[in-house]
Design a protein around this ligand. Structure first.
Ligand SMILES: Cc1cc2nc3c(=O)[nH]c(=O)nc-3n(C[C@H](O)[C@H](O)[C@H](O)COP(=O)(O)O)c2cc1C
Length: 351
């Protein structure tokens, strides 16, 4: 089967995370890691119910900026015709690839027979991938699964189903749906998936440090590795550089200011910052560990939390660690959504 080449610029990828990897956070991370360090990212999942998604929704998820790294649009749905047409539209408005979510454990997804519900039925997974692959002859379609629904017995079958459906890459989150986000991970499941197929497998789950990225590849045979929550706590994890507490605080201030500039209230912005602080490890800002984070998380006054971060960031900015974001490069969103403008160009494929 002729699978379109993957556009990733390095083997390390930022995971799709609902409520986190929307453009405000994602752009800040993409800007802080060169294409040689961070190979690509994904939107949070976008749910397709029974009709194709409007283009303006897809445009919003892709955001207004373009970086050297590709950002795949992740879709989740059980209506194959609506899913395939949504994927076609995603590419039309500029998505370089489409990823399919077969891991979401949320009740809404399960009721709609989407997300991790599909892990019970490899044939359905294969048919879902194929429906989207057939709709996108010139763009890679990737799939993201958990290692299984209740157990990981059939991870090989699931990997083979994704490959047979035409996926250009398979990401495996090594926890099952039943294991949710438990701390312990079993990377032998990743090795089993990687050995079962010849398409590239991206291993995910429990990558906590920069060194874990290469370790995951070495121990599992996965060609790529994906980071979720550890990137929320250390946006420089793909680069592996050490930053100071002031640099770490500057990131969080930049994040809050980006959210505020897009209309978030002080309370809303502080809430989103706290979502990162739960995982924060960079720069010793929170002293590492849960005890160090507690005083930040206990701060009930949103304005005071942001003021403390501004104080911790100090006056300076190291532009190598916290570059100011480039201007939005996209043409008029409305014209794009209505099909009267062409999408901003992506960097050419490198790997
Ligand atoms: C807040 C949150 C939201 C998530 N949303 C998505 C999503 O939209 N699509 C998806 O495929 N996985 C989603 N995930 C799962 C992550 O992509 C990843 O597989 C998981 O966090 C395991 O990786 P980690 O151990 O590095 O965090 C989400 C995880 C978290 C913590």
């Amino acid at each position: 089967m002729n699978r379109p080449a993957l556009p990733f610029t390095s083997p390390w990828l930022l995971a799709p995370m609902e409520g986190v990897t929307e453009p405000s956070f994602r752009d800040l991370v993409l800007a802080r890691n060169s294409p040689a360090d961070l190979g690509g990212a994904f939107t949070e999942f976008v749910r397709v119910i029974d009709r194709p998604l409007p283009r303006h929704v897809l445009v919003r998820h892709l955001g207004d900026r373009r970086f050297g790294q590709p950002v795949g649009l992740q879709l989740m749905g059980a209506d194959l015709a609506a899913l395939a047409e949504s994927a076609r539209r995603a590419v039309e408005v500029g998505a370089p690839l489409v990823d399919l979510n077969f891991g979401c454990p949320a009740k809404g997804a399960l009721r709609g027979c989407a997300g991790s519900a599909v892990l019970k039925d490899p044939a359905r997974l294969e048919a879902t991938v194929r429906a989207v692959v057939d709709a996108l002859p010139d763009h890679p379609v990737t799939a993201k699964i958990r290692a299984g629904y209740d157990d990981a017995e059939r991870v090989e079958d699931l990997a083979r189903a994704a490959e047979a459906g035409g996926a250009a890459m398979l990401t495996v989150h090594c926890r099952t749906r039943a294991e949710a986000y438990q701390d312990e991970v079993d990377w032998t499941r990743l090795a089993r998936a990687a050995a079962a197929v010849s398409i590239p497998v991206c291993g995910n789950g429990g990558v906590d440090t920069h060194a874990d990225l290469e370790r995951l590849r070495r121990e599992t045979g996965c060609r790529l590795a994906m980071v979720g929550r550890a990137a929320c706590g250390n946006p420089w994890i793909f680069r592996g550089v050490a930053v100071r507490a002031a640099d770490a605080a500057r990131f969080l201030v930049d994040y809050a200011e980006t959210l505020r500039s897009l209309g978030a209230s002080t309370k809303g912005a502080a809430g989103r910052v706290k979502q990162l602080l739960v995982h924060w490890t960079a720069g010793g800002l929170t002293g590492g560990g849960a005890e160090g984070r507690a005083p930040w998380l206990r701060e009930a006054d949103p304005a005071r939390l942001l003021a403390r971060l501004v104080e911790a960031a100090g006056d300076g900015r190291d532009p190598a660690l916290n570059p100011v974001l480039p201007a939005a490069a996209r043409p008029d969103r409305e014209a794009l959504a209505s099909g009267t403008a062409s999408p901003a160009r992506q960097e050419p494929a490198r790997a």
